[in-house]
Ligand binder design. Structure first.
Ligand code: ZN
Length: 145
């Protein structure tokens, strides 16, 4: 199995059986994302604790890339500090826009979306959940300051 096949497999697996699907009862922030090019929708809810993402869940509908990206993102950021999440946001964003990847180990399943950089119209699909996450984190810092 080649790397591309493995990456395809990861995306399809998360699309078929998404992780952290649902909505949290008492979230610190919620955020929505909509991609008009594809009709993809994402609703995120998240809870923070001691500056870390304690819990995160999403609902949504749309193409495999958008939904799988949301699922992989929730797994990747859970338990991480807000600063680390922002760092990961930048790395993921660079990877899907330019194909640049600094540390494959660190990216884990997120690396499956590297090939998206070859399809500019799908970058919005892959970034949808991440942009919603960024909105959500900005809301929580506004609430607390
Ligand atoms: Zn899409």
């Amino acid at each position: 199995m080649g790397l591309d096949d493995l990456y395809q497999e990861i995306i399809l697996e998360h699309y078929k059986s998404p992780k952290n699907r649902g909505s949290l009862k008492d979230p610190d922030a919620t955020a929505e994302g909509y991609n008009p090019f594809c009709g993809d929708e994402i609703s995120l809810s998240l809870q923070l604790k001691n500056g870390h993402v304690d819990n995160i869940a999403f609902t949504g509908s749309g193409c495999a890339i958008s939904q799988a990206s949301a699922s992989v993102m929730t797994e990747a950021v859970k338990g991480k500090s807000v600063a680390d999440v922002k760092d990961l946001f930048e790395k993921f964003s660079q990877m899907v826009k330019n194909g640049e990847i600094s540390d494959v180990e660190e990216m884990e399943e997120l690396a499956a979306f590297q090939g998206v950089s070859e399809f500019p119209t799908r970058v919005k699909c892959a970034m949808l959940a991440w942009n919603a996450l960024k909105d959500g984190l900005e809301k929580t810092s506004e609430n607390k300051d």
